[in-house]
Design a protein around this ligand. Structure first.
Ligand code: FAD
Length: 463
C-alpha cells in the first residue's frame, strides 16, 4: 500500500530545519500539508479579552501565507483549516487516504491535549512526532525533564560542556505533494470576530513568515553586523536594531534556534567573536531552559501560587488592572511600553521586566492576569518564555524601579513617541510628569515613597 503522509504544521511554520517535514518527504510516496487555525483561541476569556488578539492573528496569517508560497515553490500546497485540527485533519484523512501524520512534538498542556485528541480520534493512522523547538535537543541534554535544575546556571554549564546542538535539517527543494487538492483561501479576520477597523489598524512590529525571518537573520548578522554590538544595545526599548527581533519568528517556528546558532557560529568565524555573539547564544539557552523547566512543572506554571506553591495576598483591583492594560497608569515608562505592546504586539525585554515588576510589586495584582494579558498581545508569545518570565518576576527576582530605570536608560524619546500627551514636553517632564501641571496625561495611580531618590535625581539635573 502506498504511504501517503500529512505534514501537520503547528508552531513550526518553516521549510528549513523541520524534521517532521524532512522525514515525511523521505518516508512517504506523496504528501499533503496543513495548518489548522483553532477558532476558540480567539474567544474572550474571563478577564475580558481574547486569548489571542489581532496583532497575533495578523502575524500568524502572514506566516501561513508565506509558508503556502514557499511550499508551492517546491511542489507542495498548504491546506488551511478554519475551525480546528479536530475538524480538518479527520476530513483530510478521509478524503485523501492518508496513512501517516508527521508533526512537531508539543511541550505544554493545551497544545499536548489538542494533539492527543487528534491522535485518539484517528486510531488507524501512524503518528510521527519530532522534537524541534529548542537549540539543544530534548534527548541530548544531560538531565531528565523531571530533574531539570532549579537555577539556570546549574542547567547551563553542564549542557554547554556535555552537549552540542544538532545540525539543522536541510530545506527540501522538491516535495512530492499530492497534485489535486481541494482548497480554500486563507481564512480572514471576520471569521474570528475581528472588525475591519481592528484588523486594518493592527500593525505587528515585524512581518510574519519564514522569508522575513531568514532575511532578518541575515540582516542582523552579516548585512548590518549589528550582532557585534548586541551585548551593549540589548537593554534599549525602541526601534528594530538594538536587539535581534528573532522572538516573533521563533514563537511560530518561522526560524529554528539551530539555524540562528549556526549563523552566529559562521559570523564568529568570519566577522567577529565577542561577548555579543556569546550573549545571543546565552539567550537562546535561556529559552531552552525555560522550555524544559516549564515541562518539569507542568500546569503549576500557570497557577497563582506558582510551582513553589507560595501564598501571596494579591489586591486584584480591576480598575488598576484596566489602567495598566491600556497604558494609563500615569507612570510614563510603564505606559509607553504598554501602549507599544497594544499597538505593535511587541515590547522590549526592558519593558517586560518593568511592566511585570510594577504589576506584581506595586499594583499587587495576581501575576497570572498580567501573563494572560501578555499572552493575548505578544506576537512572540511563547508558553514557557512568557509564563516562566512572569513567574520569575512574581516569586524569584528583585524589584525593578520604573522611575529609576526610565532615567538610567534615557527613555525620554521613547516616552515622547508612545505617549502623544507628552510629545512636546521636556526631558524632566516626561520622566516625572506628576511634578508638573500636565492635565492631558493621567495622574499616577500612586507615587511610591521608594521612588523618592530616583525622582530627586531626575529633578536635580533640572536645577
Ligand atoms: P534578543 O535580546 O535579541 O534575544 C534573542 C532571543 O533569545 C530572543 O528572540 C528569545 O528567543 C531569547 N530570549 C531573550 N531573552 C529571553 C528571556 N528572558 N527568556 C526567554 N528567552 C529569551 N520571550 C518570548 O519569546 N516570548 C514571550 O512570550 C516572552 N514573554 C516575556 C514576559 C516577561 C514578563 C519577560 C520579562 C520576558 C519575556 N520574554 C518572552 C523574554 C524576552 O523579553 C524576549 O524574548 C525578547 O524581548 C525578544 O526580543 P528579541 O528577539 O529582540 O530578543
Amino acid at each position: 500500500m502506498a504511504k501517503r503522509g500529512l505534514v501537520w504544521f503547528k508552531n513550526d511554520l518553516r521549510l528549513h530545519d523541520n524534521e517532521a517535514l524532512f522525514r515525511a518527504q523521505e518516508e512517504c510516496d506523496d504528501l499533503i500539508f496543513c495548518f489548522c487555525i483553532e477558532k476558540k483561541d480567539f474567544d474572550k476569556q474571563e478577564l475580558g479579552f481574547r486569548r489571542v488578539d489581532v496583532n497575533r492573528f495578523k502575524f500568524m496569517q502572514q506566516a501561513i501565507l508565506d509558508l503556502r508560497k514557499r511550499l508551492e515553490a517546491v511542489g507542495g500546497h498548504l491546506v488551511v483549516g478554519e475551525i480546528s485540527a479536530l475538524e480538518t485533519i479527520p476530513m483530510l484523512i478521509e478524503e485523501y487516504d492518508i496513512t501517516d501524520i508527521y508533526a512537531e512534538e508539543e511541550y505544554a498542556s493545551y497544545e499536548i491535549n489538542l494533539a492527543n485528541q487528534v491522535v485518539n480520534t484517528l486510531p488507524d493512522i501512524n503518528f510521527h512526532f519530532f522534537w524541534g523547538k529548542t537549540l539543544y535537543h530534548k534527548d541530548d541534554i544531560p538531565f531528565e525533564i523531571a530533574k531539570i535544575p532549579l537555577t539556570s546556571k546549574a542547567y547551563r554549564i553542564p549542557v554547554g560542556t556535555h552537549t552540542e546542538p544538532r545540525t539543522a535539517f536541510k530545506t527540501p527543494t522538491n516535495l512530492n505533494g499530492v497534485k489535486k487538492i481541494k482548497t480554500k483561501k486563507i481564512p480572514t479576520y471576520s471569521a474570528y470576530g475581528f472588525t475591519k477597523d481592528e484588523y486594518g489598524n493592527s500593525k505587528p512590529l515585524v512581518e510574519g513568515g519564514e522569508t522575513a525571518a531568514l532575511e532578518r537573520l541575515e540582516y542582523y548578522t552579516f548585512k548590518s553586523e549589528l550582532l557585534t554590538g548586541y551585548r551593549w544595545s540589548r537593554n534599549k526599548s525602541d526601534g528594530l536594531d538594538y536587539s535581534s527581533k528573532f522572538s516573533p519568528y521563533l514563537a511560530l517556528g518561522c526560524i529554528s534556534a539551530r539555524e540562528i546558532y549556526s549563523k552566529v557560529k559562521d559570523y564568529e568565524a568570519k566577522i567577529k567573536k565577542n561577548q555579543s555573539t556569546w550573549w545571543l547564544v546565552f539567550e537562546l539557552v535561556w529559552r531552552d531552559y525555560f522550555t524544559f523547566k516549564g515541562m518539569r512543572f507542568g500546569n503549576a506554571i500557570f497557577k497563582t501560587k506558582g510551582y513553589k506553591n507560595k501564598n501571596i495576598e494579591w489586591e486584584n483591583d480591576p480598575l488598576k488592572f484596566e489602567k495598566w492594560c491600556e497604558g494609563n497608569t500615569g507612570i510614563p515608562f510603564i505606559d509607553a511600553h504598554m501602549r507599544q505592546l497594544n499597538q505593535t504586539g511587541y515590547m522590549s525585554n526592558r519593558g517586560r521586566v518593568n511592566c511585570a515588576s510594577y504589576f506584581v510589586h506595586d499594583l499587587r495584582i495576581d501575576w497570572t492576569w498580567g501573563a494572560a494579558y501578555f499572552e493575548a498581545k505578544l506576537i512572540d508569545y511563547d508558553v514557557s518564555s512568557n509564563w516562566m518570565n512572569w513567574h520569575m518576576q512574581a516569586f524569584e527576582i528583585w524589584y525593578t524601579n520604573p522611575v529609576h530605570q526610565s532615567n538610567k536608560y534615557k527613555a525620554q524619546d521613547f516616552i515622547r513617541k508612545w505617549i502623544p500627551e507628552l510629545s512636546d514636553r521636556s526631558d524632566i517632564e516626561v520622566l516625572v510628569p506628576w511634578e508638573f501641571d500636565i492635565p492631558a496625561y493621567p495622574t499616577p495611580i500612586e507615587v511610591y515613597k521608594k521612588w523618592s531618590r530616583a525622582i530627586n535625581l531626575i529633578q536635580k539635573v533640572a536645577v
